[in-house]
Design a protein around this ligand. Structure first.
Ligand SMILES: [Fe+2]
Ligand SMILES: [Fe+2]
Length: 173
């Protein structure tokens, strides 16, 4: 089967949804499990979201019509809401509490909603805007990028930012 960036991104969405459903089933006493699952979620989400923002969204935007531009703006606004509000709230909660359970539930709902929108609108449009060869090429580039030092540095920076924003949130809540 030919490589296709849209299939890879969709598979990552599915993986994230699975991790969130596992996280939803944990109890307040399952602190280790919660920490573990949150770590897995962030390890899967951060490269995905950052590469979309840096490569895929701009490439899509360049070819998009008016509807596409709206979809692009919507997707980006959702990324920002997750990065600036949803994730910091999760980090501001103690994993052994109902607050953590509630906030990670919202986190999962945001991601599920966003993934569905991407798949049903943006990816659908992208299938028309990018040839099979281009989609295969993007898929290879994404795989290489994920293993690069630049990506690792970016992810480490994002993690530090999430932790800091969480610390600020916990002081103000
Ligand atoms: Fe996205
Ligand atoms: Fe995505």
């Amino acid at each position: 089967m030919a490589r296709d960036i849209l299939k890879t991104l969709k598979a990552e969405h599915d993986e994230l949804k699975q991790l969130f459903s596992e996280l939803n089933e944990t109890t307040d006493r399952g602190v280790k499990t919660r920490e573990n699952l949150l770590q897995k979620i962030e390890a899967a989400l951060m490269p995905h979201a950052k590469w979309e923002e840096k490569v895929f969204y701009p490439a899509f935007k360049e070819r998009a019509d008016r509807d596409g531009l709206k979809t692009h703006a919507e997707a980006l606004a959702e990324h920002h809401a997750v990065e600036n509000s949803v994730i910091p709230e999760v980090h501001a909660a103690d994993p052994g509490t109902p607050e953590f359970a509630g906030r990670t539930k919202v986190f999962g709902e945001f991601i599920t909603h966003h993934a569905k929108e991407e798949e049903n609108t943006m990816f659908k449009m992208a299938r028309e805007l990018f040839s099979a060869e281009e989609r295969a090429q993007l898929d290879e580039e994404y795989e290489e990028w994920k293993q690069s030092d630049a990506a690792m540095a970016l992810i480490a920076g994002e993690k530090a930012k999430a932790g800091m924003k969480g610390a600020v949130k916990s002081m103000t809540q």
